[in-house]
Design a protein around this ligand. Structure first.
Ligand code: SAH
Length: 358
């Protein structure tokens, strides 16, 4: 479904070499442009190691995949969010950069929209538009890092879309982030709602990337209400596949759990979740990331109180399951989990209200 087009970050070093040759340029030009784009990670326009004429030609032949529609920065200055629009077909995606003192993580989108329809997720509420190609995913990472004083060392596939529903392009992007940008495999995290065939493929890959699984409920009845895909791949099948990945990669899996008041936040449910994960045979054990629900327009649920989420975490820990409550970063700019959704303009063509500054 995705028609890969040649864009600035769609070419690796071999393809750049072929391009340089086609243009009758010396061989080392390919290496120079590769260094600028992926090692120094500077905008092509700033790559003054390249002759001006070559830079101009390369800019024209390798256009950026996305225009920036809007950028917003959270009030604490630690989180940036971009709304991008594809130059090719105007599909919109979002990217988030989270900075700490020493490092930066980028949260990338793997699809424009999402077909998984998880009830509480803004992207799921909006529906599927198209897959992104690998160059579009790599571009999100590189451009997010351009203005950042801290280097991008971590990438999480937790933006718009279900990465394992776009397996080939996502995996190509993983190999390029690892090979071309030099990001360590364990700092590349794929988050899935439980696409079992994709997880089984992941277990066979050479690069031991980190896996996160969005669980959200300790039993199939409740999970099916929140995550429609559970009807196809129930909890037992998802946990088996996760154990396969953990074993193959020798890495702990984390389980995401969006906490929704009165729905999945009781201590009984914490106990059931702990029993489920204690019985799970994954290498390195399970770790639960509790995400207090972020508000979205299409879902009426609310986050539990902080105290209640803490008590839920405590019950998991008492039962021997590691648990952390995720800080909700960027809520004031709708950049927190599940809030990424294009809102420029709304479906009926009218401009949407937004907290972003154009
Ligand atoms: N499709 C993938 C990755 C994208 S979502 C997946 O489902 O894992 C990244 C995480 O944010 C998932 O765990 C998702 O369930 C969670 N999330 C989605 N909407 C949310 C919301 N409104 N509040 C809190 N977490 C949410």
């Amino acid at each position: 479904m995705s028609t890969t087009s040649r864009t600035r970050y769609s070419l690796g070093v071999d393809e750049l070499a072929a391009l340089a040759e086609e243009w009758g340029e010396p061989k080392y030009r390919a290496q120079q442009i590769f260094e600028a784009l992926y090692r120094l990670r500077i905008p092509l326009e700033d790559a003054t190691n390249l002759p001006k004429a070559f830079r101009t030609r390369a800019s024209g032949a390798l256009p950026l995949a996305f225009d920036i529609v809007a950028k917003a920065t959270s009030s604490d200055g630690e989180t940036d969010r971009w709304l991008y629009e594809s130059v090719r077909d105007r599909a919109q995606v979002e990217t988030v950069l989270m900075r700490s003192e020493t490092r930066a993580s980028v949260c990338v989108s793997s699809q424009a929209g999402c077909a998984m329809a998880c009830t509480f997720c803004a992207t799921g509420q909006a529906g599927f538009e198209r897959h992104l190609d690998a160059g579009e995913i790599v571009e999100q990472v590189v451009r997010a890092g351009h203005g950042s004083p801290q280097p991008v060392t971590h990438v999480v596939y937790m933006g718009m879309g279900e990465p394992l529903a776009n397996y080939d392009e996502v995996w190509t992007s993983i190999e390029r982030l690892h090979g071309d940008l030099g990001i360590s495999a364990r700092h590349l995290t794929i988050s899935t709602v439980g696409v079992v065939p994709g997880m089984v493929r992941l277990a066979k890959e050479r690069l031991p990337v980190t896996l996160a699984v969005s669980l959200h409920a300790p039993d199939d009845e409740l999970r099916s209400q929140l995550v429609p895909l559970n009807a196809r791949y129930p909890i037992a099948a998802v946990l088996d596949a996760a154990a396969e990945v953990a074993g193959a990669h020798g890495r702990r899996v984390s389980f995401e759990y969006a906490c929704i008041a009165g729905v999945n936040d009781t201590l009984q449910q914490a106990g059931a979740l702990a029993r489920l994960l204690r019985a799970w045979q994954g290498v390195g054990g399970a770790h639960v990331n509790l995400i207090p629900l972020n508000p979205t327009s299409g879902f009426s649920g609310r986050a539990p109180t902080r105290a209640r989420v803490r008590a839920f975490a405590e019950r998991l820990r008492e039962a021997g399951i590691g648990a952390t409550v995720r800080r909700t970063r960027g809520v004031d700019i709708d950049a927190a989990c599940g809030q990424l959704r294009s809102r420029h303009p709304t479906a009926d063509g009218t401009p949407a209200s937004t907290t972003m500054e154009p």
